[in-house]
Design a protein around this ligand. Structure first.
Ligand code: MIC
Length: 645
């Protein structure tokens, strides 16, 4: 029997359809699902369309951690919709303010060896405790809740051997920043990143969660660590030691790609504006004045991450020019910090303590001043994502953030002297006061549906041929924040496709929605890694609602590609990248046999400017049928009708 990697073992234990061969489509069983509120309302609208009265997973949890500003009725309308859906359909509900989904799931629900699908790209955090945890579009999560297999292209494995031990002032964030420095935001596309080697045992479970979380920025399908004594200690500290199992790759397991990092050689790193892979050594950018620091987000808001800040700040003050803010990962983290006296040192140092949630990470508050420098322990710094158009967001560890908070400029944290020792409690105070279990009488639950919750739009089938106007041509690394912005103007519209579609590509071309409507059927041309970043399926639904029928690019980011398929946008790849140069905005492209080719061929013919271009498609049979049906919802309900007739 060939030696297997850990990810191969877990995927094969969950295999329902297909063969575990890289690139081939497989269907896997999903044990846990996770939704957060900004993607979750669409998930439950889609789940309702399936007519199933109870989730079929081992565990499903609905979290509210994004739309927390509540500047009008919309956010709380969504919260009540989500709370009543959870009660009715058999989910746990994590109330607004309880904490960030990935942090709370790691603390209270995660189980080594289980699979999880989440409507958030950072679901991969679960890999820190040996889960196969994958971010996906909301419809895929709704189908998983309905008991359907999750279909994906079987990923290759990217082995990262860790040796040595982190020096003082260097922590988990610096490891994933080193991976991004070496491999860029494209380096993990098509891979599961699997850490192994003697250096792993020195990393705490929450350090591993940090590394797994930000593996999303490599474009990786997910990331996974072994489940070992560190995992066991963490679960025991959460009074959940009973769910621990030991999991690791076989000795001699083979990886499709391999790298190794000597942890002893790492030093504090920082991602400079405006990409997570624009990584430099902190000491090389020292002296840059800093106006804001925020410690938190799903990457770095564990007890250790925030307690190190508290320890450094004992008897110190935040620099006058700096607004230093703390976003706790959960109320449980905050309670445990308070129990250790951490909050007193924060308050005496002049720190702003926020509620538990994602907050500024997706531009829901905490926007920086114009042209100012903001250091954040967040996973992403895409342009404008903070809510400030010319933002200059740096991504760093809590150690580097607190150094800047004290010195008022970017400074290597090793200048702070002796590295404080944070003792991790053997047993945390457990606080589940804001987690509501499923209703015992769901038949009595009425779903609350405020005016902000709009019905899911209908999309027609793919016609035999298409004629589209190219209304936008973009370059490489277009993010889902470019396509469908986050932030406090747009995020509250996530349950209302007609309204949110008015903001598609708002940062790139504010005329885009009107151009799309005038064009009737329209197309977008893109470069490499198109659609990197978030799981938001709204980056597909809203353009489809505007009449975008085709996207032709050099390469797609994984989740966005699935979302385009799920909502019936034809996702084409340039076979010859030179053809990218032959199409410009305003051109008309014709696809004379698109339906037939999508259903039966591996290429689609595109005619434009008197030339014929041959584009590639890389679709499974299910994906072909979904696109031809006008989207997976249409295809699933067609299949269901066939079953019923
Ligand atoms: C993000 O970090 O970009 C988000 C906001 O969490 C998204 C989900 C969303 O857009 O609601 C993600 O990562 O999937």
């Amino acid at each position: 029997m060939a030696e297997k990697t850990l990810s191969q073992k877990i995927l094969e234990q969950h295999l329902l359809t297909g063969n575990p061969i890289p690139g081939e489509e497989v269907g896997i069983r999903i044990d846990h699902t996770l939704t957060q509120d900004a993607t979750g309302t669409m998930v439950y609208l889609e789940f309702e369309k399936m007519g199933i009265n109870k989730v079929k997973t081992e565990l499903s949890v609905s979290y509210v951690d994004h739309n927390l500003l509540q500047t009008d009725f919309k956010n709380m309308d969504d919260h009540l919709f989500l709370q009543t859906c959870s009660a009715k359909y058999g989910l746990y509900f994590s109330k607004p303010g309880n904490g960030i989904s990935h942090q709370v799931h790691f603390e209270r629900f995660g189980i080594p060896g289980k699979t999880m699908l989440g409507s958030d790209s950072h679901t991969c955090t679960g890999g820190g405790m040996g889960m196969i945890a994958i971010g996906a579009g909301g419809l895929d999560v709704a189908l998983a809740m309905a008991g359907e297999p999750y279909h994906l292209k079987y990923p290759k494995t990217f082995g990262v051997k860790l040796t040595g031990k982190l020096q003082d002032w260097v922590s988990g964030k610096d490891i994933i920043l080193e991976m991004l420095r070496r491999h860029s935001v494209k380096g993990g596309v098509g891979y599961i990143v699997e850490y192994f080697g003697p250096g792993v045992k020195s990393l705490s479970a929450t350090d591993r969660a940090t590394i797994a979380n930000m593996g999303a920025e490599l474009g990786a399908t997910t990331t996974i660590f072994p489940s070992d004594i560190q995992t066991k200690r963490y679960l025991q500290s959460q009074s959940r030691g009973d769910v621990w199992v030991e999991l690791k790759a076989d000795q001699g397991a083979k990886y499709d790609k391999l790298d190794k990092i000597n942890l002893s050689e790492l030093e504090p790193l920082i991602a400079c504006p405006s990409s997570p892979d624009n990584v430099k050594k902190v000491k090389d950018v020292e002296g840059t004045p800093v106006d804001q620091c925020i410690t938190g987000s799903s990457v770095n808001s564990s007890f250790r991450d925030l307690m190190i800040v508290c320890k450094v700040l004992e008897n110190k003050k935040i620099h006058d020019r700096v607004s230093f803010e703390i976003n706790p990962g959960s109320i449980q983290v905050l309670e445990n910090i308070a129990a250790k006296g951490g909050t007193v040192s924060l308050l005496n140092a002049g720190v702003r303590i926020q509620q538990s949630g994602c907050l500024g990470c997706i531009g829901m508050g905490q926007s920086p001043a114009s042209g100012s420098v903001s250091l954040r322990t967040f996973p992403r710094n895409f342009p404008g994502r903070s809510g400030t158009k010319d933002d200059r967001i740096y991504l760093c560890s809590p150690e580097t953030a607190i150094a800047a908070g004290i010195f008022g400029e970017i400074r290597d944290p090793r200048n702070l002297g002796t590295y404080p020792r944070v003792s991790i409690p053997k047993k945390y105070i457990v606080n589940d006061s804001m987690i509501i279990p499923p209703a015992s009488h769901p038949e009595k639950v009425e779903i609350i549906r405020g005016p902000n919750i709009m019905p899911f739009p209908d999309f027609e089938e793919l016609p035999e041929s298409l004629e589209c106007k190219v209304i936008l041509k973009t370059g490489d690394n277009i993010t889902t924040d470019h396509i469908m912005p986050a932030g406090n103007t747009v995020l509250p519209l996530r349950s209302n496709i007609p309204e949110i579609s008015k903001f598609v590509y708002n940062q790139v071309d504010p005329e885009f929605p009107d151009k799309a409507k005038r064009a009737g059927n329209a197309a977008v041309i893109g470069g490499e890694n198109y659609g990197q970043g978030s799981s938001r399926e709204h980056a597909a639904i809203a353009p489809r609602y505007l009449g975008i029928r085709v996207k032709i690019v050099k390469s797609f980011a994984r989740i966005h590609y699935s979302n385009l398929v799920n909502f019936g946008i034809v996702p084409l790849l340039f076979e010859d990248w030179e053809d990218y140069n032959s199409i410009k905005e305003g051109d008309v492209i014709k696809l004379p046999k698109v339906r037939e080719e999508i259903l039966k061929e591996n290429h689609v013919t595109v005619e434009t400017n008197g030339r014929t271009i041959r584009t590639k498609i890389d679709l499974s049979e299910g994906e072909r049928n979904a696109i031809a049906s006008g989207g997976l919802v249409n295809y699933a309900s067609k299949k269901a009708r066939k079953v019923m007739t």
